[in-house]
Write a protein that binds this ligand. Structure first.
Ligand code: HEM
Length: 154
């Protein structure tokens, strides 16, 4: 009981932190940078570095806690053969996609910033970060569907 509370709550906390920070960068920080509200590349370099760290730590914690939840709540048959099992597999695929998008976005942004440009690299990666933010929201929606048993009841 206590173990399940700790694992599930840790999973939820890091899901919120990861999806929330990608959303904030995509919809607040990068539009400001694109519109020329930063005077130097320094703040954006720091924000990008911190987001990469948050993303990597969250991805790892979510993988470990998610694997534990899957191990205690599912069998291979129920993962492959039930509605909630399919949603858990969807979650894993979206997890990989979100991690990849944030890594690619950070690499592109940082190489643009290294060239001492600011508005152009921010504009170039905006679309990619917005896709990542939507993937983060989709993950939370999948989580909600699992918790409420939505797919199983349809
Ligand atoms: C490899 C990565 C992941 C695995 C293996 C995984 C697996 C799981 C499992 C097994 C559950 C419990 C299902 C159940 O109660 O029947 C779950 C719940 C959930 N997951 Fe994930 N997950 C992963 C990544 C993510 C990510 C990246 C997010 C969001 C950013 C996320 C958000 C959630 C949410 C919101 C719930 C519902 C929590 C609850 O109500 O207890 N998961 N996940």
């Amino acid at each position: 009981m206590v173990e399940e509370f700790v694992v599930r709550t840790t999973h939820l906390l890091f899901a919120a932190i990861w999806a929330g920070s990608v959303f904030y960068v995509a919809f607040v920080v990068l539009p400001l940078a694109r519109d020329g509200e930063f005077n130097t590349t320094k703040p954006l370099e720091a924000i990008s570095g911190k987001l990469t760290t948050i993303s990597r730590v969250s991805a790892l914690v979510l993988l470990l806690t998610g694997a534990r939840l899957a191990q205690t709540g599912y069998t291979v048959d129920s993962l492959l053969g039930s509605a909630n099992g399919h949603l858990v597999l969807t979650m894993v695929a979206l997890w990989l996609l979100l991690a990849a998008l944030v890594e690619i976005g950070a690499k592109r942004l940082e190489s643009g910033l290294n060239g001492k440009k600011l508005r152009e690299p921010a504009a170039n990666v905006l679309g990619l970060y917005r896709v990542a933010a939507v993937v983060g929201i989709a993950l939370l929606v999948v989580g909600g569907a699992i918790t409420t048993g939505l797919a199983a009841s349809l």
